[in-house]
Design a protein around this ligand. Structure first.
Ligand code: TXA
Ligand code: MG
Length: 313
């Protein structure tokens, strides 16, 4: 299949409207979209990515009035979060309507919903004229793509269209909050820091799988967000014995010479550049990437979550 690369939201939306799939930029990472209300269209996403069918998708909307198509009810926590963070890099999980096909939610009675805050994504979603189911636009298991080029590397020849935009502003995926329980749960830390959510919902808690790498649960069956290289988390660059055939990313500048070094000025910048750095190291065939740990606050919480998952074999 030839992959058409376009800057036209209208052309890309045309693929979704005719029941096909297309990749598009968002402020978090690039997504691979399909008509969320079409079982046939959504199945194409799983095929192109090689995604396990038990991993549900996030449904993207352009406007609030699409919520009622998807959500059978909006609990108070969901309403609070939607008012405060839509459009933006937050995903809420609520009970689904009958219109949402089982393929989207992996058979769950709930659906994940997000309204991106990216001018190209918003225009594209509006032109699609329906909710769009979209996981990150990478081959299953790989780091999420933060450039259209990374999408092409992973899915070129496997999808009909890539809507071209710039580099994703955040570079880490949305924060996912399950609002169906009395006490809302953060299932995936991400672009909206926990501290901000806690201000809105003081009782919110983080799903324990995010805290400890030892806990095995269904979502941890798969290695995620991972480069081909081995990822090793270090407290400081001084811990590394042999840097010659390795790469380093972190906040502190190492004294030794690595094959590739990326020093970031903050956790936000670390998160913004992490996936592109993983991909660069893979292109250069670097076998080990040493990643400095960061404090678990602000975007650092999501950075640490992704590093642990990438390091998990
Ligand atoms: O920033 C993002 O969220 C990006 C952009 C494209 O919007 N999307 C993204 O999608 O990261 P994906 O498929 O790579 O990750 C979706 C996450 C998965 O961990 C999935 O298990 C979870 O959301 N999820 C989706 N629906 C769910 C549901 N009904 N219940 C629990 N978890 C759900
Ligand atoms: Mg993904």
């Amino acid at each position: 299949m030839k992959t058409r690369i376009t800057r036209s939201e209208r052309i890309a939306a045309g693929y979704i409207r005719k029941g096909d799939i297309a990749a598009f930029p968002t402020e978090t990472v690039y997504g691979l979209g399909a008509d969320a209300l079409s079982d046939r269209a959504v199945r194409k996403i799983f095929r192109a990515k090689g995604r396990p069918h038990d991993n549900p998708l996030i449904v993207h909307i352009a406007a609030r009035d699409q919520l009622s198509l998807l959500a059978s009810s909006l609990p108070r926590a969901a309403r609070l979060l939607i008012d405060r963070f839509f459009p933006g890099p937050l995903t809420v999980i609520v009970r689904k309507t009958k219109s949402v096909p089982a393929a989207v939610t992996a058979g769950l009675p709930t659906v994940a919903i997000r309204m991106p805050d990216h001018p190209v994504a918003r225009k594209f979603l509006k032109l699609c004229g329906r909710p769009v189911a979209a996981p990150s636009a990478n081959r299953s298991g790989h780091p999420s793509p933060t450039t259209w080029h990374a999408v092409e590397t992973d899915l070129g020849g496997r999808i009909p269209c890539i809507l071209r935009g710039g580099r994703s502003r955040v570079g880490l995926e949305s924060t996912v909050v399950d609002c169906t329980a009395a006490r809302p749960v953060i299932l995936r830390t991400g672009a909206i820091p926990v501290e901000q959510l806690r201000k809105m919902i003081p009782s919110i808690r983080i799903h324990t799988e995010n805290r400890s790498r030892r806990v095995k649960s269904p979502g941890m069956k798969y290695r995620h967000y991972a480069p081909a290289a081995d990822v090793v988390i270090v407290r400081s660059p001084g811990e590394v014995r042999d840097p010659r055939n390795a790469a380093y990313i972190g906040i502190d500048r190492p004294r030794m010479k690595f094959r590739r070094t990326l020093v970031c000025r903050s956790s936000a910048s670390y998160g913004h550049r992490l996936y592109a750095f993983f991909r660069l190291c893979d292109r250069e065939g670097i076998p080990v990437i040493y990643c400095q740990q960061v404090a678990s606050k602000g975007l650092g919480t999501a950075v640490m979550d992704r590093l642990r998952r990438a390091a998990h074999r």
